[in-house]
Design a protein around this ligand. Structure first.
Ligand code: PMP
Length: 362
């Protein structure tokens, strides 16, 4: 039998075993073509089938309205930090950013190169332990857009309710919780995500964008960095990351087969609960970084109260086969990333390990 790790990596991260096995079976001869997906022309009917099916399945899963485009880009979510202000900020114009962590800060910094980003709310003074309350957000109707990070991969916080912004276009970096639950796409002018957590391998960036918003973009920018270029060409302007798109397509089929977003969300809640319950019932042996109302279902950040024991915990967890539990290098501590493809049993195994470690060490 195949040995699979207890993989809690923050991204790239676990992919569904079924998807990997299907890709393996199809690797050298994709649907009788006598070649792998990687060897197909991106202009071939076979690849276009893969590409369009992935778009259709994402549309179906999220119930994406007709007036939105689904784009497959490259450059990661990080390039989106630049492309957004490059396309949508005019010189001297303001854009609002909600600061909830390191990735929000990076997005903010890029906007400074093109216009004037303004903080609409921030939880920095609280060491990014929480998502600001909706009432704290300064809505500036004059801004080009309002940007937020739906899930903060490093600090382990997640938006539970999104602001409604009326005519102010709302843009969300959903890199670390895309497809983890149902959302109302029509609330957003644009959603983007690097694929390497919930969607597939790294190399593809998914953008869901409202056509009316896209049409307002600046035109005097490089061809490859215009959303319009990719929208006009069904994301086939140049050679796309074909294998990544194929894998994304297979992950989307897997999500459908698992029962869609409602089933996925329910399982994600159950998975995270195993681990948060251990933290909450540990009498302070473990403590979480995020405030309870802002806890992420995707990245569970926690500490072992005693620093020496924390080192021992991480070392013993590693020996026991748990991978990726070290917190981000900028914050330390522990982090368990429980993305869609991390099985329930893996989360249960970590919860059991944590309970046992506490029993043995207090
Ligand atoms: N935003 C968030 C919320 C992330 O977690 C990450 C990556 N961990 C990024 C942006 C950057 O993504 P990429 O590496 O695809 O550029």
């Amino acid at each position: 039998t195949t040995k699979r790790a207890f993989n809690f990596n923050a991204g790239p991260s676990a992919l569904p075993l079924e998807v990997l096995q299907k890709a393996q079976a199809e690797l050298v001869d994709f649907k009788g073509t006598g070649m792998s997906v990687m060897e197909l022309s991106h202009r071939s009917a076979e690849f276009e089938g893969v590409h369009n099916e992935a778009i259709a399945n994402l549309r179906e899963l999220y119930d994406i309205p007709e007036n939105y485009e689904v784009l497959f880009l490259q450059g990661g979510a990080s390039l989106q930090f630049s492309m957004i202000p490059m396309n949508f900020l005019k010189e001297g114009q303001k854009a609002s950013y909600i600061q909830t962590g390191a990735w929000s800060e990076k997005a903010f910094a890029e906007a400074k190169l093109f216009g004037t980003p303004v903080e609409a709310a921030s939880s920095k003074s609280n060491n990014y332990k929480n998502i600001p309350a909706l009432s704290e957000i300064q809505i500036d109707e004059e801004a080009a857009y309002l940007h937020l990070t739906s899930n903060n991969t490093i600090f382990g916080t997640q938006w539970k309710t999104f602001p409604t912004t009326g005519d102010l276009p709302l843009i969300a970096d959903m890199s670390s919780d895309i497809l983890s639950k149902k959302i109302d796409v029509s609330n957003f002018a644009m959603i983007y995500a690097g694929a390497q957590k919930n969607l597939g391998p790294s190399g593809v960036t998914v953008v869901i964008i409202r056509k009316e918003f896209l049409e307002k973009a600046n035109s005097n920018i490089p061809t490859m960095l215009k959303y319009a270029t990719h929208s006009k060409n069904n994301s086939l302007y140049n050679t796309p990351p074909t294998f990544g798109i194929y894998m994304l397509g297979e992950v989307l089929k897997w999500v459908k087969a698992e029962g869609g977003l409602e089933a996925i969300e329910q399982r994600n809640e159950e998975k995270a609960k195993y681990i948060y319950d251990v933290i909450d019932n540990s009498n302070g042996f473990y403590y979480g970084h995020a405030t309870e109302d802002s806890r992420s279902l995707m990245n569970i950040t926690f500490r072992v109260a005693d620093e020496e024991l924390e080192k021992k915990f991480l070392a013993e967890a590693k020996t026991a086969g748990f991978v990726g539990l070290n917190g981000h290098r900028s914050v330390g501590g522990c982090r368990a990333s429980t993305y869609n493809a991390v099985p329930l049993e893996t989360c249960k195994a970590l919860a059991d390990f944590m309970v046992k470690f506490q029993q043995d060490n207090q």
